[in-house]
Every structure is written in C-alpha cells, then in structure tokens.
Write a new protein. Structure first.
Length: 149
C-alpha cells in the first residue's frame, strides 16, 4: 500500500499538475498510455484550468473512480447511481483529510486566480504549497478503496 501514492507525489514533483499526477499513477491499470492520461487530466490542474475551483487532485481521483465504477451503458441507471455513490464517498474522504475540496481554500487564497499561466516549479514553489502531500493523500485514498478489493 502506498506505491501508487508515492508515484503520484513523484509525478507531481517532477512537473505534472495535480490531476495528472493522481490519474497517471493509476492509468496502467486501465491500459491507458502515459500521453493519453496526461492529456485527459491536463485541464483539471490548479483547480480546473488554474481557476482555483475544485482541487485537481480530487478531479484525478474522480477520473480513477470512473474507470473503476463507471458505466458506458447510458441506460444503466443503477450503475450510474453506484458510481455517483462511490464518487461522493471519495469526495467526503478527501474533504475529511484536507478540510476542503476547493483549490483556493487548500492554498489559503480568497479569490479565483486571474492568470492561467502556471507558476515556475522551483524549490520555493514546492515549499509554499501543500499540493504534493494532497496529491499523495488523494492517491492513497484511491489505493485504500480500490486496491484492497
């Protein structure tokens, strides 16, 4: 336990955004190649396009949830309901761990980020942000949920 969480943190600290780091740490389970996973998750970093809304690590979690419990059958209402139930369970766990599901609150900000340009990844960047640990915890929640079954 913790292998994928360690991988997610490593991916984040090597330049992936928060959503990419979480999703990419699990994509091998679903036969999704690295580049495809990176592209799928790319717009969710920084709280969705760096707008500081829903945390990208949580978005990555929900992508994994979809791969684990989602259905491609649009008429399967029971499957959709089960996926939503598990998604809410994961969201509740994330909120319990972090105090919020919103990027700006996790970063101690009060408003939406106006610039879509990401900050340079430096030692100072990583030191002032809780993101690497949030990414780690998000992936650990997923491991606890889906890798013990």
């Amino acid at each position: 336990m913790g292998h994928r969480a360690d991988r997610a943190k490593e991916l984040f600290t090597s330049g992936c955004n928060c959503s990419q780091a979480v999703f990419l740490a699990f994509c091998d389970k679903y036969g999704i190649d690295r580049d495809t996973a990176m592209k799928i998750a790319s717009s969710f970093g920084g709280g969705m396009g760096r707008s500081r809304e829903v945390c990208g690590a949580l978005s990555g979690m929900l992508m994994v949830c979809g791969m684990e419990t989602g259905s491609a059958d649009t008429k399967d209402v029971a499957a959709k309901g089960e996926n939503y139930r598990v998604a809410r369970e994961l969201m509740d766990s994330f909120r319990e761990d972090n105090g919020s599901i919103y990027c700006r609150e996790l970063l101690g900000l009060t408003k939406r980020e106006e610039s879509p340009v990401p900050e340079e990844r430096t030692a100072a960047y990583y030191k002032k942000r809780p993101c690497a640990e949030i990414v780690y915890r998000a992936a650990l929640i997923l491991e606890e949920k889906f890798e013990q079954q």
